[in-house]
Design a protein around this ligand. Structure first.
Ligand code: PMP
Length: 316
């Protein structure tokens, strides 16, 4: 929890970030959102938003496909994120949710088009994960990933997470940490909130963007870092049994960052510890997001730029 949220253009107390139960956002999960991160740098005394414009561009694309009229521009939402971080005086790693919820239609029917949209930005502290010696245990899910022609996974829609939740809870019930989905054709797709990468003979491979995955910003980041570190990177179909014989498997996502997978369906991956490529990419990723590793173009200052111009929401 935090002191403040941002809703429809205003910084508001956390408890006032609410939508009506009768909205389409609440009833049918007709919302689109982005999860994005702010990383605190002790060295720079600065909070950096990571690839905020890329996240907000994906939000625009999700809203377009979901036919949710987007009331705010990318620049306005980026400002909202910065203002909110300042209002909450965050000086630590944080996680934002930026969401468009479809609101109430005139006839209060669940599927009637409406221009009523509730926009919210919230952020909470989210420290780095403890570096574990073991990787996650994953299960290949009995649920198939949603696909392009039913609920397109490209759209980061609230409703899609009903599906991820089924798989995550099934995996937890069966004693695993998380699940890996296959797509409708049986190729490896993604995990419940992160993309999947494998390493075989020094080559990093990840499913195609048409294999039932979210077009992940971390997948793009980690792929670029892998190439910069000298690894070959390929995007291709990955078969289920290939997971079992990979040297390394890891998940990547805004929340997951770079997280090693130690076993799948009870079969150990490598020696079940984070492997050398996973560790190298995890370090490179942490360096970049904290402002120590190049790619400054991916970072947006919170305090540096705001100091000069106090956000309107905080004046008087
Ligand atoms: N797939 C799903 C289903 C996700 O929820 C996420 C997290 N947003 C990802 C992949 C990773 O995407 P990103 O790197 O853009 O966070």
């Amino acid at each position: 929890m935090a002191a403040f949220g941002w809703q429809d253009g205003e910084i508001v107390p956390w408890d006032q970030c609410v939508i009506h139960v009768r909205t389409q956002g609440a009833m049918t999960g007709t919302s689109v959102f982005e999860g994005l991160r702010g990383y605190w740098s002790d060295e720079d005394e600065e909070l950096y938003l990571f690839r905020v414009d890329d996240h907000l561009r994906r939000l625009e694309q999700s809203a377009k496909i979901a036919r949710i009229p987007a009331p705010f521009s990318r620049a306005e939402l980026a400002d909202a994120c910065r203002s909110l971080a300042v209002a909450n005086e965050f000086r630590e790693d944080i996680h934002f949710l930026v969401t468009y919820y479809l609101g109430l239609s005139d006839d209060l029917i669940m599927m009637t088009p409406t221009s009523d949209v509730v926009t919210s930005v919230t952020a909470v502290a989210r420290g780095g994960r403890a570096i574990t010696d073991r990787g996650l245990s994953c299960q290949v899910s009995s649920w198939r990933r949603i696909s392009e022609n039913d609920m397109p996974p490209r759209v980061k829609a609230g409703a899609n997470y009903y599906h991820g939740r089924l798989a995550r809870l099934e995996a937890n019930h069966n004693g695993y940490d998380n699940a890996i989905f296959l797509d409708a054709s049986g190729n490896v797709a993604e995990s419940t909130g992160a993309c999947v990468m494998i390493v075989r003979d020094g080559v990093v491979a990840t499913p195609l963007v048409t294999d039932g995955i979210l077009d992940s910003i971390t997948r793009n980041t980690v792929g670029r870092l892998a190439v910069e570190l000298g690894y070959e990177l390929v995007e291709r179909h990955i078969g289920r049994s290939e997971l079992y014989v990979s040297d390394e498997v890891f998940l990547c996502g805004t929340g997951a960052e770079v997280t090693a997978v130690g076993s799948i369906d009870g079969l150990e991956i490598g020696d079940a510890m984070p492997g050398p490529v996973t560790r190298a990419l995890r370090t490179a990723y942490q360096d970049v997001v904290h402002g120590r590793g190049g790619h400054r173009e991916w970072l947006t200052h919170v305090y540096g730029e705001v100091a000069a111009e106090e956000p309107e929401a905080l004046r008087g």
